[in-house]
Design a protein around this ligand. Structure first.
Ligand SMILES: [Zn+2]
Length: 470
């Protein structure tokens, strides 16, 4: 009987605000750098692409001469149906435009967001890593690699392990290579095993069409897409394109190959959620536990977590938790001391043991973006505490007709009496001021016949009683 009573969604008043979290933490999520493609693999891929280009031209699938108009590209990733993270990726590496090495790095924007190696490899693509929970995202096929423009499948490779965590010289990636109307070729590498499109080489795809799932096949430190572009044959550094136009783009200069070029740094809230424990990132390739929960009980500790891409030093994020009635329960701000490509932060606060029940909201605002995460607070375990450490209370008569007497074992100073109907709606409420009584009468209760819940709150303690109106 008691459990039935407390499932219904009632609410009552509380004004407790915790100014300081119990605990907090977080920091940068470091994405390891690794050679995406070895020189042997480049040689092999170039050879396969040349071979297929010739075959498809001979078959008439591809024209002998391509269009002179540059094919512009759209973003090559999207979230699978059923997933709704505000965002899901960060950029770890752009193209390295400085062909010197090692440690001579210049990206299109004259920054150093790329890498090279002792062996003379200068990164030739854009690396989009999944964030947050990259291995979980891979496991549940959360992020699709899609065609950046209309094209024809020139070549694809499939069947290779997708659990790479570091450079491994023999590892080949799963990938799709498209040729576009202008003869440009786009590479989509590191796909999840057995996710590569079933379309055959020579078949057309349209912009935005599924090509595969982001994974960690080949030379890779974790799930990411390596997106590389050549404007034409022969495939060599001379024909490499960096879709991002910029002052230090030594390949195509100020000509962007994007339909909509995104900013060099793109500060974004990727995910917010409430959790039952702090974020914890296991060693690759283990699948992350998110500790996500949107169900809490009064008195429980809630971990409010946020996950950003490109947090910028000096910028501020604002956090707000609101009650079901939209009043602010607590709010706090965070000014970032550092610029990080990926970061995670958390705060823990304990819900008052007596507080509003229903759908609360966790909201984060950052860089003109606002993300909401609703969560539900119920009274389930609060019931356990109530009988142990709270005043005893009797109701009589019960069942009653219009008038009810409440008798407490303790003097109550500012009790609040709220009556909820069987659907959880508050149908009566009275707040007493400065009483020093043990006995109270509720008169002229205009309630229909039925079972009700009386909640008496006093100084953040509560007593619940079933009452029957005749
Ligand atoms: Zn790469």
């Amino acid at each position: 009987m008691r459990s039935e009573l407390f499932i219904i969604g009632f609410s009552f008043m509380c004004a407790v605000v915790h100014a300081q979290p119990l605990q907090k933490g977080g920091g940068e999520y470091v994405v390891q750098k690794s050679v995406c493609v070895s020189s042997e693999q480049y040689a092999s891929i170039y050879s396969e692409l040349d071979k297929r280009m010739l075959e498809l031209k001979q078959k008439g699938v591809l024209p002998q001469v391509f269009s002179p108009t540059i094919t512009l590209f759209d973003f090559p990733l999207k979230q699978s149906p059923g997933f709704n993270y505000p965002s899901f990726y960060g950029i770890s590496n752009y193209v390295d435009h400085n062909t010197g090495f090692p440690n001579q790095i210049t990206d299109f924007s004259c920054g150093t967001r790329s890498y090279d190696t002792d062996g003379g490899y200068n990164h030739q693509g854009i690396d989009y890593f999944l964030w947050p929970f990259d291995h979980l995202m891979q496991d549940r096929d959360q992020v699709q690699i899609v065609a950046a423009a209309d094209g024809i499948i020139l070549f694809k490779s499939e069947g290779n392990s997708d659990q790479s965590c570091s450079f491994c010289s023999g590892c080949m990636w799963n990938a799709v290579y498209l040729v576009h109307p202008d003869g440009a070729v786009t590479w989509y590498g590191h796909m999840k095993k057995n996710s590569v499109t079933t379309k055959a080489e020579g078949q057309p795809v349209v912009k935005g069409e599924y090509l595969g799932i982001v994974g960690s096949s080949g030379n890779s430190t974790g799930p990411h897409l390596h997106f590389e572009i050549y404007k034409a044959q022969p495939y060599s550094r001379a024909n490499l394109i960096d879709a991002y136009a910029g002052p230090c783009n030594a390949l195509n200069g100020t000509t962007s190959w994007w339909q909509n070029q995104l900013p060099y740094q793109n500060p974004t809230i990727n995910r917010i959620q409430t959790q039952t424990a702090p974020p914890n990132f296991p060693v690759c390739p283990a699948i992350e536990t998110t500790y996500e929960s949107n169900q809490f009980v009064q008195g429980q500790t809630v971990f409010y977590a946020s996950y950003f891409a490109d947090q910028l030093a000096g910028t501020t994020a604002t956090y707000t938790v609101t009650y079901p009635d939209n009043a602010v329960f607590q709010t706090w701000t965070q000014t970032f001391a550092n610029t990080f490509a990926a970061s995670w932060w958390w705060w823990s606060f304990t819900l008052p043991s007596s507080t509003q029940i229903g759908t609360w909201n966790f909201r984060v605002t950052y860089n003109n973006q606002t993300v909401n995460y609703p969560f539900v607070v119920t009274a389930a375990t609060a019931v356990q505490n109530i009988t142990e450490n709270i005043f005893e209370m009797k109701l009589y008569p019960n069942p009653f007709v219009q008038q009810l007497t409440i008798n407490s074992t303790q003097v109550l100073k500012k009790p609040v009496f709220t009556i909820y109907d069987s659907k959880g709606a508050a149908v009566y409420r009275v707040a007493m001021q400065s009483t020093h009584q043990k006995e109270f009468q509720l008169n002229n209760l205009q309630l229909g016949k039925g079972t009700y819940l009386l909640v008496v709150t006093e100084n953040n303690r509560a007593v619940f009683r079933k009452m029957i109106s005749k």
